[in-house]
Each structure stands twice: as C-alpha cells, then as structure tokens.
Design a protein around this ligand. Structure first.
Ligand code: HEC
Ligand code: HEC
Ligand code: HEC
Length: 277
C-alpha cells in the first residue's frame, strides 16, 4: 500500500500532465510515442511473453522505462512490493481503471493473462532471451521433403506447423482442445511439412509448480500433437520427450495453448522457431 501511495504522490501530477496532455495537443496525427520500442518484443524483461505483451501494448506508453509513470516493464518492476497485485487490481477497477479510460481499456483476455500469472505465483519468464532469431529470415527447410496436401480435410496429421486453434476456434468443425501444435526436427521447418517425428515422442505439459499435467502423443507422420482435454490452457510450460529422455523444454510460462502461434517458421513473441523433437 505504502508503495502505491508513494508512487501516486511522486508521479501523479507529472504523469497526468505528460500522459493526458501528450495525445491531446499533438495535431496532424504525429503524436509522439515515447518508448514505443520499450519491451515491444518482451526481450530482456524477465517476464513471460504474454505478460510482457500486455504491458507493452497497454501500459508502456505511460509506464515504460524512463517514461512518466512508475516503470511497469521488467520482472523486477512487477515483483517489487505489491505492484503485481496493484496492476491486476487497477486493470479490474471499473471506477479507476488502468489504462485510464481516456487512453484505452484492458480486454478480458489482458486481465486473464495477468491474473493467471499472478495466481500461478508470478514466475519469471525468458521471453526472447534464448534466441530471438536472426534479423533476416532464416532459410526454411523440410527435412522429410513431404508435405500435407489435403487442405482442411479433418485429420490429426492436418496442416502441420500452422496455428491449429486459430482455425479451429473459428471453424464449426475442428475440435478445440487445450493444447495443439507440431514438433519438428529443425527450428525453421516449413508450414505443412510432415515432421516425421520419432515413434515414442511426447509433449509433456507442466503447471507452474513443475508437475506434469498432460501428456500428448506426437504423431510419427506429421509431428502434430493435441490434448484430449478442453477448456482453458491455464499457466503452463512444456517439454518434448523421446522415450523418456528430455529433448527440449520451454522455461517460461505461457497461457495460450495454440503452440504454433509462437512457434512459427521464424518464431514470434520470443520463440526461437519451431518446437524441436
Ligand atoms: C495514458 C497513461 C497511462 C496508461 C496507458 C496506463 N497508466 Fe497506469 N497510471 C497512469 C497514471 C497517470 C498513474 C498515477 C495516477 C493513478 O494512480 O491513477 C498511474 C498509476 C498506475 C499504478 C499505480 C497506482 C496504484 O493504484 O497502485 C498502477 C499499478 C498502474 N498505473 C497500472 C497500469 C497498468 C497495469 C496499465 C496497463 C494495463 C496502465 N497502468 C496503463 C497512467 C497510465
Ligand atoms: C485452416 C484451418 C485448420 C487448421 C490450420 C487446422 N485445422 Fe484441424 N480441422 C479443421 C477442420 C475444418 C476440421 C474438420 C474437418 C472435417 O470434419 O472433415 C479439422 C479437424 C481436425 C481434427 C479432427 C479429425 C477428425 O478425424 O475429425 C483434428 C485432430 C485436427 N483437426 C487437428 C489439427 C491440428 C493438430 C492442427 C495444427 C497442426 C490443425 N488441425 C490445423 C481445420 C483446420
Ligand atoms: C505465446 C508464445 C508461445 C506459445 C503459445 C508457446 N510457446 Fe514454447 N516457447 C516460447 C518462447 C518465447 C520460448 C523460448 C523461451 C522459453 O523457453 O521460455 C519457447 C520455447 C519452447 C521450447 C524450447 C525450445 C524449442 O523450440 O524447442 C519448447 C519445447 C516449447 N517452447 C514448447 C511449446 C509447446 C509444446 C507449446 C504449446 C503447448 C508452446 N511451446 C507454446 C513461446 C511460446
């Protein structure tokens, strides 16, 4: 409590002048965006990507590093005192919301992301710290030299590498399960390439406490895997196992069960590229 009162006292007047005034006075659509680059990729923040993304898209214009309001960018910022709880409380506060109503709104998904992270124990992430990928696109490969050619004909081996749930969520037919994705032999394998995973490969889903909560068989044809459970993905990590040996592991917590949205050919949101078996 002390801390937030202090914040408001120290930064309140300054912030209101700078933040509220900024957009209003700039005519001609050239509003300056201080710290527009602050944490947009989430790299180096020490936070999981999804949390870093909410902060960078909804809060950083005022709460960026070096910006007017108290910095809400890094893991240290969020885990000092009760800051994370205040963040969640203000995002949910209808009388005094953050972002302030003149500057936008927190979507239900934004709030769910922060809530899941707080509830799971505010664990550190390593968004983008492992290998954000080269600036120029890496050459793509398809080791099997064979690709899925049957369009949207329903099959567990359909459309390897693509964002399964993005499609299934909007489709009347495709099953919507908690986790869906593809494991490949190399980081930059092409969309639709059949991954030909080794027999005995599985993806294990771990909760924030590190307990395995779901085990998904990986198809030896396509490399696709999916959970038979439905409902919210929760806050989870994942690892790929082949016959009991760990091959690769995601250390940061995520909340979107649609693995291939981040594990694209080049990798997005800090992911290095494909999930590797
Ligand atoms: C347009 C500018 C602006 C944006 C965008 C913004 N804030 Fe704020 N924030 C402020 C100002 C001004 C204050 C100080 C006055 C106050 O507390 O209302 C503040 C204070 C806070 C505080 C400290 C006060 C307390 O209640 O403990 C928290 C926490 C906070 N904001 C969270 C957020 C979060 C989380 C977001 C994004 C979801 C966000 N803010 C987006 C301007 C902004
Ligand atoms: C472009 C849209 C699209 C994408 C991307 C997509 N699917 Fe599907 N999927 C569908 C549709 C449509 C169906 C239902 C088709 C049918 O009933 O014939 C389906 C059905 C399925 C089924 C049920 C199979 C059955 O026997 O009925 C599974 C399992 C499945 N998809 C897995 C996946 C996986 C895993 C991925 C990602 C690697 C994926 N899908 C990507 C559209 C898609
Ligand atoms: C919102 C983005 C995002 C989603 C969704 C996501 N990941 Fe990741 N993943 C990352 C990032 C960032 C890294 C690198 C940092 C780390 O390990 O936390 C990573 C790394 C990994 C790694 C280790 C490196 C590698 O490529 O082999 C594995 C394994 C992995 N993820 C599996 C999964 C699985 C399985 C799912 C779905 C159940 C999934 N990921 C969903 C962002 C994501």
């Amino acid at each position: 409590m002390k801390q937030s009162i202090l914040w408001a006292a120290i930064t309140g007047s300054l912030v209101i002048a700078a933040c509220a005034g900024g957009p209003a006075v700039s005519g001609g659509g050239t509003a300056s965006t201080p710290d527009a680059d602050a944490g947009t990729s989430g790299a180096g923040t020490g936070l999981p990507c999804d949390v870093a993304q909410v902060l960078s898209s909804k809060c950083a214009s005022c709460h960026g590093s070096g910006a007017q309001a108290p910095s809400l960018v890094t893991y240290a910022d969020l885990t000092t005192g009760n800051v994370a709880d205040r963040v969640l409380a203000r995002m949910q506060d209808t009388a005094s919301p953050m972002p302030p109503s003149y500057a936008g709104t927190s979507s239900a998904a934004d709030i769910a992301t922060i809530q899941a992270w707080v509830t799971a124990g505010k664990l550190a992430g390593s968004c983008g710290d492992v290998d954000a990928g080269p600036a120029t696109p890496a050459p793509t490969t398809c080791a099997s030299n064979a690709s899925w050619t049957r369009g949207n004909r329903g099959s567990e081996d359909m459309n390897p590498g693509t964002a399964c749930l993005q499609c299934h969520n909007s489709s009347v037919d495709g099953p919507v399960t908690r986790y869906m994705g593809t494991a490949f032999p190399a980081l930059h394998e092409k969309d639709l390439c059949n991954a030909r995973a080794p027999v005995g490969a599985t993806v294990e889903i771990l909760n924030a406490a590190g307990t395995v909560v779901d085990t998904l068989p990986v198809s030896p044809i396509s490399g696709n895997f999916f959970s038979l459970r439905t409902g919210s993905a929760g806050s989870y990590r994942a690892r790929v196992m082949v016959n009991g040996a760990k091959v690769s592991e995601m250390v940061g917590l995520q909340t979107n069960g649609d693995c291939n949205t981040c594990h694209t050919e080049q990798g997005t949101q800090g992911a290095p590229g494909r999930i590797i078996y």
